[in-house]
Write a protein that binds this ligand. Sequence first.
Ligand SMILES: *[C@@H]1O[C@H](CO)[C@@H](O)[C@H](O)[C@H]1NC(C)=O
Length: 286
Amino acid sequence: MRSSVLLTSALAAGAIAGPIERRKVYTETQVTVETITVYIPSSSAPSSSATPTSSAVPTTTVAPTTSAAPTTTAAPTSSSSSQAAAATSSSALAYGVTHTSGTVQATFHEGDEYKNSVLWHHNRARANHGASNLEWSDECESAAQTAAAYCDFEHHVVDGQGQNLFTTSGDAYNVTAGITDSWYKGEADIYTWWGEEPPHSSSDSASLDMETFEKYGHTTQMLWKSTTSVGCVTIDCGSKMTVSGASSTMGKYTVCNYSPPGNYVGEFAKNVAAPSGAYSGYSWSD
Ligand SMILES: *[C@@H]1O[C@H](CO)[C@@H](O)[C@H](O)[C@H]1NC(C)=O
């Protein structure tokens, strides 16, 4: 199994990088979803014991704080004149940025309008789960660029960053559909462990159950409270694109990297809160 091979190599790399490992998972999606698990060094206790309670971190505050608007300092609104004027709602800054709403977002793949749509769609979802606005990270963008350039729909990760992948066929990049419809709504609808730890493997209690994780891992990374920044790259891989090692027509490829990364085993309860409001009306074109 491909993921097992990658898991093995990731474990080896982690063992070299540091003596103490903490489990982490990275996620990706398209029509089918694949997931890869890696370990990254951590200063917390090793997770070798059967119980996955990370003693370093208090797990008490589970209840979602229902403050409607995130209170952290908003990311600087990169005021690109015409786009800012085209942006609609007066509450847009509740999500840290103004952005150009509408179906035109399907064409965005670079520049300020792209970044602002990426941030807005992340931050609206996060606000609904008591998580503060993400800011754009050039470091994450740079690492995402490196990963995207492979055009292979595989994770290429760096220490200290999480990663979500999305790729689609057709003429449109449709990055906001990937974020809001696929990663957020599609997975939040089936996630039932808000404020709790999701299921662990029956054979290894220090691991997540991967079969369920594959169905929700993007949304938990998106909503992860301790994550503070994101940087994405969306490119047209054209005929170069491969998925699962085979040539693919799904060449409109998006890679988002997150810092600090989410999806740490044992830390879901305090990082992924229940939605405070309905999100069924959220759309990629908002
Ligand atoms: C983008 O994705 C949405 C949601 O899946 C879809 O309805 C829409 O047609 C897509 N847009 C384009 C231009 O492909």
